[in-house]
Design a protein around this ligand. Structure first.
Ligand code: DQA
Length: 145
């Protein structure tokens, strides 16, 4: 089973960026743990980050081409990007999890709207970096059924 974990803008700054909101783990820490988890589960992981909207569309299309399950933390593009939504909507039959470290609903009103949610099968938010582990576990359980 293939699984793509896709990260959008500013997530390359995890660990330094507003740690009171996003925690102290870096994206490299998260990637290393996800890789170990996927190895143990016998799942093939692709882990990527981009700061650009078109880059995120390209990463979604690559997951689509590989028929991979998608875990996506689209960062701020979650709340703005019809292009990201359209790319996800083109991934017919792929299991898609929307992921956030923080819980957007307890934050500013502009974070309450999610375009990604319109294409996602499930949402995990508010668990910090641990959300990545929970999302992989959920995908593994779902895809194995
Ligand atoms: C985020 C929440 C978004 O609102 C924000 O723009 C981010 C990170 C999260 O993981 O909590 O960049 O997706």
């Amino acid at each position: 089973t293939k699984i793509h974990i896709l990260n959008g803008p500013n997530l390359n700054l995890l660990g330094e960026r507003q740690p009171e909101i996003y925690g102290h783990d870096t994206l490299a820490d998260i990637e290393a743990r996800a890789q170990a988890q996927c190895d143990a589960l016998g799942m093939e992981l692709t882990f990527a980050q981009t700061n650009s909207e078109g880059g995120l569309v390209d990463l979604i299309q690559a997951a689509r081409a590989q028929k991979a399950a998608i875990i996506i933390n689209a960062g701020a593009y979650t709340h703005t990007s019809v292009a990201v939504l359209d790319a996800l909507s083109a991934c017919d039959g792929l299991f898609i999890v929307e992921l956030h470290l923080s819980s957007p609903h307890r934050r500013e009103a502009f974070r309450h709207k999610s375009y990604v949610a319109l294409a996602a099968d499930a949402v995990i938010a508010g668990f910090g970096a641990d959300g990545y582990r929970l999302a992989v576990e959920a995908v593994a359980a779902r895809v194995a059924r």
